[in-house]
Structure formats: C-alpha cells, structure tokens
Design a protein around this ligand. Structure first.
Ligand SMILES: *Cc1c(COP(=O)(O)O)cnc(C)c1O
Length: 220
C-alpha cells in the first residue's frame, strides 16, 4: 500500500472537525513528500533535531508539530518555525518556549500534556497541576505562547474499556480547563491503534504514524 492510499484511508475515517497530524518520526523526507503531494500539511515529529533537519528540506507551508518530550535546552532549535508543541508539562518549559518565541517575534501554540495512562512511563501533568498553571499570575504574563488545548496518551493495552476511561478523563479535564481559558479548542488524543476510540471520546486532533507511513524500524 502506498502512503497516499494509506492517507486517503485514514482520512476517510476522520470526521471533519478532527485534524490529522501525520507522525513522520524516523521516516525519510521522501516519505514525507509523498504525503505532502497527497495534500498533507501537518507533520508530527518527536525529536527536535530531526524535525529541524526536515524543516530545512520540506516546503515552507508545512506546519510542524512537536509531539515528543521537550528538553528545555533544545527549544531554541525549533522556536523559529514550530507551529504547535504538544508535550508541555511544566511552567519552566513554558517560560523557555515563551523566551525563544519572543526572540523570533512569534506566538507558539502549546498543548498541556496530561498524564492519563496508568503506566509510569507516560509523561504529563496532573489535572490539578494544569488548573493551577492556567490560574497562575506568572503564566498570564507569558505573551508569546498560546495554550490551545490538551494532549494525552492512553495506556498501551487491548483493554478498550480502560482506554476509553483514560480518553474520557482527558476530555473532562479539557472541559474544566476551558472554564478558566475559553480559548482552549484542541484535544490531541488518538494514535494508529486507538484513534477511533479517541474520536468517540471527543478528540479534535489525532496523531497517526504507522497507519500512514508503515511500521517504524525501531521503537521510539
Ligand atoms: C509515535 C507517536 C505517535 C504515532 O504513533 P503510531 O502508533 O505510529 O500512530 C503519536 N503520538 C506520539 C506522542 C508519538 O510519539
């Protein structure tokens, strides 16, 4: 199956209000170009350096989404061009993003990553921490970032009841955070293995890699 066929297939399953982030981590630029030529413009990467290299090579109307964990000392390598950062899990990181966005006279869209999975390996803030953050005065002073929603990853399990509970918890937190900040609009949840469930539970943005580009050679 070609990337174009896969992309068409995935898109046919997405309602209009759901945005597709094509997760191209570890894949060569030729693969990204194939998706680009089929009309895809939003690409997700989980390593800042890899994303910066691809940014150099790809057409300039691509919207780059950083979906991985962000080390503060690497924010400077993407501040000039990144469109959205999904994995924001601390005020310290937000401060750093704001500082570098300001240098480039830009506003960077950010999603707060919430820990919804029961596994210890998944990063993210608690719902309480996210509420505290949005209410804090220091946060309100950050002018070069825009918090536009939340992101979460469900447990890696076949138990669909559990996955649904985790996605629903993220949606509930989103609704509650929206009372503090009415500008929140995105719920980034759902990957190749669980995006139909995520959409059922209120996802507005899915991050899909292997169903479009094929299996990756190594797990990241
Ligand atoms: C790799 C990755 C995805 C995509 O995973 P697939 O199972 O290949 O669709 C989505 N979100 C994050 C945060 C990822 O790291």
């Amino acid at each position: 199956m070609s990337i174009k066929t896969n992309l068409t297939e995935v898109k046919s399953k997405l309602p209009n209000h759901v945005t597709l982030v094509a997760v191209s981590k570890t894949k060569p630029v030729e693969d990204l170009m194939e998706a680009y030529q089929a009309g895809q413009r939003i690409f997700g990467e989980n390593k800042i350096q890899e994303m910066a290299e691809k940014y150099q090579q790809m057409p300039k109307d691509v919207l780059w989404h950083m979906i991985g964990n962000v080390q503060r000392n690497k924010v400077k390598y993407m501040a000039e061009f990144v469109n959205m950062i999904h994995g924001v899990d601390s005020e310290k990181l937000l401060n750093e993003i704001n500082k570098h966005a300001k240098k480039h006279d830009r506003t960077i869209n950010c999603l707060l990553q919430l820990k919804i999975a029961q596994e210890d390996t998944k990063f993210g803030m608690t719902s309480e921490a996210a509420h505290t953050l949005l209410n804090s005065k220091d946060f309100k002073r950050l002018e070069n970032i825009a918090i536009v929603g939340v992101m979460g990853m469900a447990s890696f399990t076949d138990n669909t009841t559990q996955i649904k509970e985790e996605f629903s918890a993220l949606k509930t937190t989103f609704e509650s955070l929206k009372n503090i900040n009415p500008k929140l609009r995105e719920v980034s949840m759902g990957m190749s293995g669980d995006y139909p469930l995520a959409i059922e539970c209120g996802s507005t943005m899915v991050r899909i890699g292997s169903s479009i580009f094929g299996a990756r050679n190594y797990v990241i």
